[in-house]
Write a protein that binds this ligand. Sequence first.
Ligand SMILES: NC(=O)c1ccc[n+]([C@@H]2O[C@H](COP(=O)([O-])OP(=O)(O)OC[C@H]3O[C@@H](n4cnc5c(N)ncnc54)[C@H](O)[C@@H]3O)[C@@H](O)[C@H]2O)c1
Length: 275
Amino acid sequence: MMLKGKRFLITGIADKHSLAMYVAKKVLEFGGSVVCTGLGVSQHHENLSDKAKAFLLSTYTDFQQCVEKELGEDALTRVMDVSLEASMDEFCQDMKKNNIHFDGFLHAIAMDKTIRKKVVKPLLEVSLQEFCETMDVSAYSLIRITKKLSDYEILNPGASICSISYIAAAKVTFHPYRNISIAKAALERITIELADELGRKNGTRVNCVRFSPYMGSKAGNATLNEKDVNYAGEVSPLGNAHPEDLAYDVVNLFRPDAKITGEIRHIDGGYHIMG
Ligand SMILES: NC(=O)c1ccc[n+]([C@@H]2O[C@H](COP(=O)([O-])OP(=O)(O)OC[C@H]3O[C@@H](n4cnc5c(N)ncnc54)[C@H](O)[C@@H]3O)[C@@H](O)[C@H]2O)c1
């Protein structure tokens, strides 16, 4: 029960197959508690089309229902859109009002509109807006969440922050991702800079895990194809890692006494050692 009495913010659950859901379950298994945030309609969205509104409403309903079913009623659910400062303020005010503090959080958020139906746009065709949106949601959000929780004084000293990346942040792999790879590289660099800045400030730890390709989630299914996932599995000495393997590692990083920070580690069956 190494997480007994510890509470974690879990972002990035879309459904029961989300990597974040595996982590949330593991946190509970080890005695911790969770607050889960998902995309949904908030009063801070402006000029939402009917289509976008319907999408956000159904996304949030799916998220809420699966959290209740998989994690039980004690797991709180809230809307949080990391691209909207006001949505984040609202979430933090709500937590503060209810005296809810965190011992860390999982960043499991990525978005890239330049990948459609598994087809990746060449980098030369990526617009500045597409580049910046992907960077904002998938990388800068790590700074934004950390800053908001800190400003509202709801992130305890010595907290553990963890995000999820993949090998494409460093190498062109079996499946070139272009735009999102650059955002993942930024996410990893942000991890290292925050680890130094916050470790010295109050003992906060910041780490990132590069995970194997996984088609079970919505994001994985929308971007990967089976051929590439199988190839990664064949090349990796131990085969592809499973979401459960990732969850164990994150829980280990969440351990209050783990003296680990600034790491970009691999839970990928050894894929990263191959040439
Ligand atoms: N699936 C894989 O193969 C794989 C491999 C390595 C790393 N990852 C990373 O793991 C993380 C989780 O992905 P997943 O595979 O579980 O897919 P997923 O689709 O279950 O999760 C992605 C999440 O990002 C959220 N999100 C997108 N925009 C957001 C915003 N503006 N505000 C708040 N949340 C937003 C979505 O709602 C969704 O819950 C991502 O960072 C992804 O890049 C995935």
